[in-house]
Design a protein around this ligand. Structure first.
Ligand code: PRX
Length: 615
């Protein structure tokens, strides 16, 4: 397969970085507007230094300024920045100049509540203008936003509010899921019950009837009277712009911290040179602001590049299987970003819904978030690439915030492989004792040195950040298993740790296990991921119940109750598909649950070496 006109030549771009890495990043940074120049491009430590790194030290820059004023100064004020398609059928467009006014009003409103540089603000909002503008408003005044996906439950939200020490929560009263109203305000109220750190909750009311409590303020009433002018704070290149929580192997999600400088430089560079964005492009990412893709490639990237984007709230197959294709036709979308799960969903509906729409504007379809199975990729090339659009994979993580591996639109596509290392990213595939494996052999994927667009730390837990850097393995440990071919294409096969990937969403087995343990009927639990034809993986829980092992109707009833319990505390994305009741869990002599054995047994496979098992 080969597609697209050659825009960025990979080898040439790679050479320009390897010849002079600091010169490469210096040039990338100069494409943005700085209030004050930096004195040094990089100060970078490897595993020996716990991965400490600083970029563009001394420089002053603001992410929101670079998305808005910078483009208005370039003459793009009247260009549409965002076309919104909201779940209730409402469509609204905003030019760059209008976005600046809206964002500034919200920024002034946050200030009126005493929010200042460095304060943390939780954003619990669906993919709406108010959600994106609130993120930009925080960045504008140097406050640190932490978006919590508006599908997460009260326990997940409460943990994030507490961990971030957020004085303010900005939320919507409702989100809509396939036409159903989900009461977000009720979830917020459960999450902040007894939490005194939260002083104010600003509520964007979509459902007129939503009553407000004592800490609540009406978003529109507070924002509308504000001045539409709010000069951007001159934040330091290394000042945090946001915290985004993601799952790890231990029970508590970790707050990944990204900064104004290196993050902005990397996202802008890759938006232009990897995602090949041109000024007249119409971009559409189907992610959500609750995930890193929604931060880098909805809220910031497209506006850093100065292009127009489509933002749509709602599932890609709702209200009908043709909705995505009809919007591509309506807005003449040129570049799209989605996840393999969405492609597999499109496959299920067959090519029919595509054929009745004009998708000839589409130039590239980028996919990321989970392994892209060749069958789905080939289907997409056949049906979505029929007018010549490339369908390409890219690999990255919340911690790295932009691609580490990617197939460029102009590269030969190798199905099953995510692509080549992005210039600037030094990768190695190693054995557990740190020796590089030969090409064609699987191993642990590590990054040898920091890149400017990766996290600086884990909020409130620098030791946890340092633990990503392994002296034995010789770099930053991605947690993924990969294999490289002789030409440098890398396939990412899956996680090497206890993190699941369900429909492109990262979920820690420990988080689900902890949620199960808060149910009174559960004594012990172990969670594994099983292959799922649509979502990549699905969650299966093994539970030791209180009293005699449940069977028959009692087991079915308890299974349903436990699934509902996880859904209610963590949110629907973390709910198990199946719960099995067992008398005991397999453990090593030191007491660790051997999840691999449970999984192998469920799949009818050989469990490998079990000599260290207790029983
Ligand atoms: O396991 C890898 C998988 O998703 C993880 C990161 O998820 P998240 O932090 O949500 O960030 C997603 C950013 C796109 C990775 O550690 N993953 C991501 N992209 C791919 C992938 N696995 C295989 N192929 C990919 N292209």
């Amino acid at each position: 397969m080969r597609a697209g006109a050659l825009v960025v030549d990979y080898d040439e771009w790679h050479r320009s970085w390897s010849r002079d890495p600091d010169g490469f990043w210096d040039a990338a940074a100069r494409e943005l507007t700085w209030f004050e120049p930096w004195s040094r491009v990089s100060e970078v430590g490897g595993p020996e230094q716990g991965g400490a790194h600083r970029w563009f030290a001394g420089g002053k820059i603001n992410l929101s300024y670079n998305c808005l004023e910078r483009n208005i100064e370039r003459g793009f004020g009247e260009r549409v920045a965002l076309h919104f398609e909201l779940e209730r059928g409402e469509a609204r467009s905003f030019t760059y100049a209008e976005v600046l006014s809206e964002v500034s009003r919200i920024a002034n409103c946050l200030k009126s509540f005493g929010i200042a540089k460095g304060d943390r603000v939780i954003v619990y909002m669906p993919l709406t203008p108010q959600g994106i503008f609130t993120m930009q408003a925080c960045a504008r005044i140097g406050a640190i936003h932490s978006v919590v996906y508006a599908g997460m439950g009260p326990d997940a939200l409460r943990h994030r509010i507490e961990d971030a020490g957020a004085r303010m929560v900005v939320c919507a009263d409702a989100t809509y899921r396939r036409g159903k109203v989900v009461d977000l305000l009720a979830i917020v109220d459960r999450a902040i019950d007894g939490l005194s750190v939260v002083e104010n909750v600003l509520v964007h009311r979509r459902e007129a009837a939503a009553p407000l409590g004592t800490r609540h303020r009406d978003f529109e009433n507070c924002v509308r009277p504000q001045s539409p002018v709010c000069p951007a704070e001159h934040t330091d290149a290394e000042d945090p712009a946001f915290i985004l929580y993601t799952s790890g192997t231990s029970g508590k999600p970790k707050g990944v911290v990204h900064v104004h400088g290196g993050y902005g430089v990397g996202v802008h560079l890759l938006m232009r040179h990897y995602y090949d964005t041109r000024e007249n492009d119409v971009w559409w990412s189907t992610s959500d602001i609750g995930w890193i893709v929604g931060h880098s490639y909805i809220c910031y990237g497209p506006m850093l590049a100065g292009c127009t984007q489509v933002v749509r709230e709602g599932a890609p197959d709702w209200p009908d299987a043709g909705v995505v294709w009809s919007l591509i036709g309506k807005y003449r979308v040129t570049t799209m970003f989605t996840a393999p799960t969405a492609v597999r969903m499109f496959m299920r509906s067959g090519p029919g819904p595509i054929e009745t729409h004009d998708i000839s504007s589409l130039r590239v379809l980028y996919c990321a978030g989970e392994p892209f199975n060749p069958e789905a990729q080939e289907w997409a090339v056949r049906h979505l690439g029929k007018h010549g659009a490339a369908v390409v994979d890219n690999y990255w993580q919340t911690e790295i915030a932009s691609p580490m591996i990617g197939t460029f639109a102009a590269m030969t596509v190798r199905p099953g492989f995510a692509g080549k290392a992005i210039p600037g990213v030094e990768l190695a595939i190693v054995t557990p004792d740190g020796r590089e494996v030969p090409d064609g052999h699987g191993g642990l994927l590590i990054m040898k040195r920091p890149v400017p667009y990766m996290m600086r730390t884990i909020w409130g837990d620098p030791a946890r950040y340092q633990s990503y850097w392994s002296k034995t393995l010789g770099g930053y440990v991605t947690g993924d298993i990969a294999v490289r071919d002789a030409e440098g294409y890398i396939a990412v096969l899956g996680r090497s740790d206890d993190v699941l990937n369900v429909a492109g969403h990262r979920i820690g087995t420990a988080e689900v296990e902890s949620a199960l343990l808060t149910h009174p009927a559960v004594v012990e639990s172990a969670v594994v991921g099983l292959p799922d034809p649509l979502r990549g993986e699905c969650i299966m829980a093994f539970v030791v119940a209180k009293g005699p092992e449940p069977a028959g109707d009692a087991a079915a009833g308890l299974e349903a109750a436990l699934i509902a319990h996880v859904r209610d505390t963590l949110g629907p994305i973390a709910q198990p598909s199946k719960v099995a009741f067992v008398a005991s869990l397999p453990k090593t002599r030191s007491g660790k649950i051997v999840r691999r054995l449970l999984k192998a047994r469920e799949l009818g496979q050989d469990a490998g070496d079990i000599s260290t098992l207790e029983d």
